[in-house]
Design a protein around this ligand. Sequence first.
Ligand SMILES: [Zn+2]
Length: 219
Amino acid sequence: MRIMQCWDDGDVDDIRLVEILRKHGARATFNINPGGWKSKRREAHRFKGEYQVNRLTLDEMPQVYAGFCIGGHTMTHPLLNAIDPDWALTELVECKRYIETHFGQQDCGMAYPCGAYDDPVKELVRKAGYLYSRTTLNVDLRLNTDAPMALHTHCHFLAPDFWEKFNAVKAIDGDFYFWGHTFELMGDDTRWQALDTMIGRLSDDLATEWIDVKDLFNR
Ligand SMILES: [Zn+2]
């Protein structure tokens, strides 16, 4: 079975995640917002009202994400279905251009900020040239690769039924896909340890093979 993961927003805690991923030989896609700051980490929001979430700088991203797949998440993380379509298209096109220029990755997908999209937005994503765009909705068994501009995953990485879903997909030798944000682990070393164990278990499973999400849509 092929397995995939992606992580959104380009948070500073991705540094800790990539160490875990490299240790276990796991592949991943990181969906970034290149509208951030070049050399100073930008304050994004507070998690649980307590932990300050900061974005990686544009300067440090290439090194942090070396060897991993990069996806778009728009330049500045607007809700694409709530802004002017011209602005939305600019957000999409500029983000893709940034990934091509600074990461040398031509064919990339993206993830909708906050999972917000509608039919016109899907058209804009297609027009901007992305291979696919990920939502925050779930499928039970088979990925809906026939609808690449609204690609669902199986679950969030903290979903209580994570292994249940994994085992169901494994039973049909399907493609398994999950997503998350590293800020959701802030202040919780037990959860970080659990993630380390989870990635190790996925990598060590003789039935699994990590692929990048975009590999689902080879041109
Ligand atoms: Zn996001």
